[in-house]
Design a protein around this ligand. Structure first.
Ligand SMILES: Nc1nc2c(ncn2[C@@H]2O[C@H](COP(=O)(O)OP(=O)(O)OP(=O)(O)O)[C@@H](O)[C@H]2O)c(=O)[nH]1
Ligand SMILES: [Mg+2]
Length: 192
């Protein structure tokens, strides 16, 4: 995919603040600190389009990015960050659920999981939720640079089993760029 432009548009917590552009949107979700923002930066080939950090839980709103003036990426705040203030954790569920169930522009989701770890309860809940609402899904198993190919094969099987979802699972690394092409192919089929 050739990227001509990628711009941060706005952050929103409530529906009234979502952009009203009628463009197809792809949401990126996953647990806190898993590598969602890094994955988006790698996809669009911009080092700092989305802020990344070593401190988990920094993304607290829905962040909207316009890509090629044609479609949008929405970086969702991560879940499962126990040290986030209670008020923040309590707002997360309704904010993300409202977006996923009400947003007509939503074309699908890229769920980002850590290829080294077993899916968390939060990951399982999200997969179940997406299946229930029939939201098209692609799973990106990120930080693939940290494990061997054979480990990745085993991890993929366990992700499939534990999330109990038949979505494609793409090994990915923001560090090496592995999986970028494959993920774009899946994304294109969702937004076109
Ligand atoms: N080795 C390796 N590290 C990665 C990769 N992707 C992300 N990281 C690191 O993981 C940390 C978190 O990355 P982010 O992209 O900020 O994660 P996030 O999911 O957006 O985090 P929150 O917005 O806080 O929920 C950073 O220190 C990144 O450098 C990857 O593919 N490989
Ligand atoms: Mg982030």
């Amino acid at each position: 995919m050739k990227i001509f432009s990628a711009d941060y548009i706005t952050s929103a917590e409530e529906q009234k603040d979502y952009p009203s552009w009628g463009l197809r949107e792809l949401a990126f979700g996953g647990r806190s600190n898993v590598g969602k923002s890094s994955l988006i930066n790698t996809l669009v080939g911009r080092r700092n389009l989305v802020k990344t950090s070593k401190t988990p839980g920094r993304t607290r709103k829905l962040n909207f990015f316009l890509i090629n003036g044609a479609f949008a990426f929405v970086d969702l705040p991560g879940y499962g960050f126990a040290r986030a203030p209670l008020a923040v954790r309590e707002r997360w569920g309704p904010m993300v659920e409202t977006y996923l169930t009400q947003r007509r522009e939503l074309a699908g989701m890229v769920m980002v999981v850590d290829s080294r770890l077993r899916p968390t309860d939060g990951d399982k809940e999200l997969a179940l939720f997406l299946r229930h609402y029939r939201i098209p899904l692609v799973i990106a198993a990120t930080k693939a640079d940290k494990i061997s190919r054979s480990e990745m094969m085993a991890r993929r099987r366990s992700i499939r089993e534990e999330l109990d979802h038949d979505a494609p699972i793409i090994p990915f690394s923001a560090r090496s760029g592995q999986g970028k092409k494959e993920l774009w192919k899946e994304i294109k089929s969702l937004i076109e």
